[in-house]
Design a protein around this ligand. Structure first.
Ligand SMILES: C[S@@+](CC[C@H](N)C(=O)[O-])C[C@H]1O[C@@H](n2cnc3c(N)ncnc32)[C@H](O)[C@@H]1O
Length: 268
């Protein structure tokens, strides 16, 4: 077992993406929280830790001290920068649970993750609110979050996300995050999927036979157009053996354009 060089907590832990990365770097998880019971079961199977439940119900004083706070928190809207009272969404307070915990424990680093469009969300107000509040409690934040996806470094998954690394102000400024972009790795879906083993309570995370078959079909599709993969969405309901001549008038203009592009892709 690796000796741990830092401690971390895993908020909104899901099934443990952060946990895996942090322990690979020598970190030791001292606390995790996840509201979804099935995800907690998987987390326990993966790491031998049962996460605590709803973070809004957990007193920050009950959380152990830690060096790094990790949180892949759900994206919400904030109506006004810096104004907690202006949150529209009932889940809007979840970010402030991160603030509450960080303010009390003052870990050295915060590593937050969210959907790609967080920076532009709600005309930039969401990002402004996040940055304002993290700076207010004593952290240096990047001007904008870093956008990253596994496929940038050759891992065959397209999943653009923003990462926000904040450093406690007394530890100095944050260096820009630089990495070498690599070509996407060769990969076959069958090399990634594991056989469905019946594990109690995680039924909803297992693929049904028809879902597995669909993935196989997408894999074949990918192989056919590997070199000219479309940058637009492709909807299978318009996969017919002829040009779709349904009632396009009832379909929004933007969607119509994608359907036409898709038809050119299939029938050219
Ligand atoms: C974007 S996902 C994070 C996924 C995670 N990074 C992973 O590797 O699986 C957000 C997670 O927050 C959890 N969540 C939402 N509200 C919560 C709450 N009040 N307390 C704890 N977890 C919550 C959701 O169930 C979901 O699993």
């Amino acid at each position: 077992m690796k000796s741990s060089s830092f401690s971390f907590i895993d908020l909104f832990a899901g099934i443990g993406g952060f946990h895996l990365a942090m322990t690979n770097l020598g970190g030791s998880c001292v606390f995790a929280s996840e509201i979804d019971a099935a995800a907690r079961t998987v987390y326990n199977i993966n790491f031998g830790i049962v996460p605590e439940g709803d973070i809004t119900k957990i007193d920050e004083k009950q959380i152990p001290a830690h060096d790094v706070l990790c949180a892949g928190f759900p994206c919400q809207s904030f109506s006004k920068a810096g104004n907690r009272g202006g949150i529209n969404d009932p889940r809007g307070t979840l970010f402030f649970d991160i603030v509450r915990i960080a303010k009390y424990h003052r870990p050295k680093y915060l590593l937050l993750e969210n959907v790609r469009n967080l920076a532009g969300h709600d005309n930039g107000n969401t990002w402004k609110t996040i940055k304002y509040n993290l700076e207010l409690i004593g952290y240096n934040c990047p001007g904008l979050p870093v956008i990253f996806s596994p496929h940038y470094i050759g891992i065959p998954q397209f999943r653009e996300r923003v990462f926000i690394l904040c450093k406690r102000k007394d530890l100095g400024s944050i260096k820009p995050f630089v990495f070498d972009k690599k070509d996407i790795a060769e990969c076959d879906i069958d090399s990634i999927l594991i056989e469905n083993h019946a594990i109690e309570n995680i039924g909803k995370y297992l693929l049904k036979n028809e879902e597995a078959a669909l993935i196989g079909i997408w894999n074949d599709f990918f192989e056919i157009c590997r070199d000219k993969l479309p940058g637009f969405p492709v909807w299978t309901e318009y996969f017919t053996d002829a040009l779709y001549d349904g009632d396009l008038d009832n379909i929004p203009k933007w969607k119509r354009a994608f359907i036409k592009k898709k038809q050119r892709l299939v029938f050219k």
